[in-house]
Design a protein around this ligand. Structure first.
Ligand SMILES: [Zn+2]
Length: 506
């Protein structure tokens, strides 16, 4: 019997070993497989998976949210009505903890045993090509180096399955964080192309400011945030009409001072109860997540360590600090890869109003990630504004200056392979941009001057699901002429009203 088992074991081991050996024969298709490194939230995080109490802890469902809000609502209302900031703050903190408290990691940076990611992908099958990818997902809370280690095995498995000796990495948003840790730990061997799509490679100001407790509501930013988000609402029937009306309504509300009122109230509440919410909920939860720490830009880091009360030693401390190397080295690591023939495309959005909750709301971005951080160092005008005249006049070389004077890419780490898309909302799907990615993957040479259709500065047209070259400053009349729609008509109308008003109220 023992002998029989031994023989079977040997046969199984031999069969397993034969799989990669067989695949390593090689594939002659000429297109190495794409691995898609997903964004934050790419893997479901579940508490008590497989039991009747099972609950998703990220992208929480509305029922769970409402049930917890119901419990907290009496104290929240009482706190607002009686202006009792302690009561309000404690109630809000209780609500946040009930919804998200179990996301917190321990002092070693490890998850609670009953909070897991049961649906982590393992590569299977040998299907590969321009329209197919292997999806790498991960628990966004954890140390990016842990993901890097898994990605290393994932890449090896994909190579074995497909019979290619290299892969292409397409990273979306937080996928760039995983890439940064990967390049720092393993280098670029076995990778022939890298795309970073809206990646917070040097962080994002939202995280930096939030981790330093700098929170502010600005009415101008809130209005613009609404305006920029409206075109992306899925309103279905009569899209243009509904979008246009909402757009107009926002401007009316702004004009009537309603939004300022809401913001003033919001600001008071935030100031009064905010300390308590930070103390009792945000710091104990988000302060323990190395994954979110990876979004804190360098210039905020020291202050954030103090504000978020990061332990001065232990596993969590070490993980949070370790990622600083990945971030500090990403520009050099990508440069080395490019110099050695790896095709690279960094692409980021600009001129979208960002989350209005932070003091740095003027920083131009794709709504989430600042353009300067995603592009590894572009010099940018404030959102909706060109660079200052003084800066423009002092520029000797305008090769990398955007036609609308909003971005100067000459200060980027890799200006020759960094693209910018005006009005592109964070990671929004766009067939035109996908076409560029395909060219990146299939062309011998990849630079911002390689493809006539895709110069360095592009504008996203979501209605037509494409991009076109930026020719000058955003102009409502031209947009209306080229894309006649109710929305563009309303935009045009308001641009005239604004121009007239600005003549009188300078
Ligand atoms: Zn192949």
């Amino acid at each position: 019997m023992k002998k029989l088992i031994s023989i079977i074991m040997c046969a199984v081991i031999a069969a397993c070993a034969a799989v990669p050996a067989f695949a390593a024969e090689g594939c002659s298709c000429g297109f190495s497989p794409i691995i898609y490194v997903g964004p934050l939230g790419c893997a479901q995080i579940i508490r008590d998976a497989g039991t009747e109490n099972e609950q998703q802890l990220w992208n929480i469902d509305t029922d769970f949210l409402l049930a917890n809000l119901g419990d907290a609502l009496p104290d929240i209302s009482k706190g607002i009505l009686t202006r009792d900031a302690d009561l309000l703050g404690t109630a809000l903190a209780g609500f946040v903890n009930a919804c998200m408290g179990d996301l917190a990691l321990d002092n070693e940076g490890k998850s609670k045993d009953n909070v897991t990611t049961p649906f982590i992908n393992v590569p299977a099958g040998d299907k590969h090509g321009p329209d197919s990818d292997y999806y790498f997902n991960y628990d966004f809370r954890l140390d990016p180096y842990e993901h890097a280690e898994r990605l290393h095995g994932f890449i090896a498995r994909v190579k074995a399955l497909t019979g290619h000796n290299s892969v292409k990495l397409k990273c979306s948003s937080m996928g760039g964080v995983v890439l940064s840790a990967y390049l720092d730990k393993y280098g670029y061997e076995g990778i022939d192309a890298i795309i970073c799509r809206c990646c917070p490679l040097l962080g994002t100001a939202v995280a930096g400011e939030a981790y330093c407790g700098k929170v502010e509501l600005s009415s101008k930013a809130l209005t613009r945030y609404g305006e920029d988000a409206i075109p992306y609402l899925e309103t279905g029937f009569a899209d243009d009409f509904i979008e246009g009306t909402l757009y107009a309504l926002l401007d009316v509300l702004k004009g009537a001072g309603v939004i300022d009122g809401i913001c003033a109230l919001g600001d008071k509440i935030i100031k009064a109860a905010g300390d308590r919410v930070f103390e009792q909920a945000l710091i104990p939860i988000f302060g323990t997540l190395p994954g979110i720490w990876s979004f804190v830009p360098g210039e905020y880091f020291d202050e954030a360590v103090k504000f978020m009360k990061l332990p001065s030693e232990g596993g969590l401390h070490d993980k949070v600090f370790a990622y600083r190397n990945a971030m500090a080295n990403i520009a050099d690591n990508l440069t080395a890869a490019r110099n050695d023939g790896v095709k690279i495309c960094l692409i980021c959005g600009y001129d979208v109003q960002r989350t209005p909750l932070v003091t740095l709301w003027k920083s131009t971005s794709d709504g989430t990630v600042d353009t300067k951080y995603a592009s590894l160092g572009a010099t940018c005008g404030d959102v909706k504004e060109p660079l200052a005249d003084e800066y423009l006049n002092s520029l000797n070389n305008k090769e990398y200056l955007s036609p609308d004077n909003m971005i100067d890419a000459s200060t980027c780490a890799l200006p020759e392979i960094t693209w910018f898309v005006r009005g592109w909302l964070h990671c929004n799907a766009n067939a035109g941009i996908d076409e560029l990615f395909n060219l990146v993957f299939t062309s011998e040479e990849v630079t911002v001057s390689s493809f006539e259709k895709f110069p360095q500065y592009l504008e996203a047209d979501d209605d037509a699901d494409t991009v076109y070259p930026v020719e000058g400053a955003p102009d409502a009349f031209n947009s209306l002429k080229e894309h006649p729609s109710y929305l563009n008509f309303i935009r045009f109308l308001f641009s005239i009203v604004k121009k007239i008003l600005s003549l009188f109220f300078k």
